[in-house]
Unconditional design. Sequence first.
Length: 282
Amino acid sequence: MILIDGKKTAAEIRAELKERAAAFEARGGGKIGLAVVCIGDDPASKVYIRNKVKACEEVGISSLVYALPEETAQAEAETLLASLAENAAVHGILLQLPLPAHLDTERLLAKIPAKKDVDGFSAQNIGEIALHRNGTAACTPRGVMELLRRYHVEICGKHAVVVGRSNIVGRPMALLLLNADATVTVCHSRTQGLKEICAGADILVAAAGRPKLITADMVKEGAVVIDVGMNRDANGKLCGDVDFEAVKEKASMITPVPGGVGPMTVAMLLSNTIDAAERSLK
Ligand code: NAD
């Protein structure tokens, strides 16, 4: 069994990105800028933003954090996003979710132009991916594809099963696997016969947010198992969707939690930002 090391892979990617950011500056592009807009006091969001800012610094991207209070009005947030959309020094814009309940998330996301949408959440980018054209893919599924690529996992013609159909993970994950010529099955909370479907997977991606949903009897001998889940177990410890200890005995490759997909998500955010900056020069 090969343990897919997301932490190590993400560090390698950050080193590559540092070179690309430096090359961009050397070509006269200036410093690459990522604007991070955070509204409210969600404690988890603060941790995520700290991690993203630190990662930006490491690769030489300047991060501009706009921390707005909980009571920020819709119009005020829209004005900020519109000004960032116009700002040539800002190559990527990230709106940290979730937003306070009084704000209209869809309308705010729509203020971010597709070319600066480094999260890949806009309808245009999702549409481009669905049409198998060049669009910015959401960071977590893109991170999974990068792990599969760097660990030389054959995708073409394989049966990939994705458990979860959210707009930010499961759905774009299924599209990217389809674009890579996998035969894709998407499972969700209403799926019947989950166990049998998962047991037929050559590549199994778990993104349901349910601790230990994927047990060893749901995994084919030799399957590649990717665990996107980030949950807390009864003791408050971080765990994925896969019963790791049992499943690792059957899988040919498996990602741990933590240290699997998680670090790749931030690396792909940086990569999407550098892609956006490079496109802006063309
Ligand atoms: P979500 O709650 O929006 O979606 C969960 C999906 O799983 C839904 O489509 C639902 O139908 C499906 N599902 C739920 N229970 C199921 C069951 N019993 N059987 C089959 N399908 C079921 O969650 P999300 O935002 O897509 O995130 C999924 C998980 O991935 C969470 O644990 C989240 O914390 C984690 N996550 C990790 C990263 C990362 O960087 N590693 C990034 C985003 C999300």
